[in-house]
Design a protein around this ligand. Structure first.
Ligand SMILES: [Zn+2]
Length: 76
């Protein structure tokens, strides 16, 4: 896949972790999410299968494999 910014190098497929939010603002962590990334300019694009996986998770069609709980820190 070519970079939409017209870079010479084709985009590389990378598996990443991504935090997404559902309609109520609840965070979900997607692990091993496939993304196309441009090595030259850093542009990312989400392949259709990844978009479907995120939609499925947001709709509750996927079972979560792990629970993720992170501490939060607020600057005074
Ligand atoms: Zn690029």
């Amino acid at each position: 896949m070519q970079c939409p910014n017209g870079c010479g190098e084709p985009m590389k497929q990378l598996r990443v972790e991504r935090l997404v939010h559902d309609g109520e603002g609840q965070p979900l962590v997607m692990v091993n999410l496939l993304m196309n990334v441009c090595w030259e300019c850093g542009q990312e694009s989400m392949p259709l299968e990844s978009a479907r996986a995120v939609e499925g998770a947001l709709r509750g069609e996927m079972a979560s494999t792990r629970q993720f709980v992170a501490p939060m820190y607020e600057m005074a």
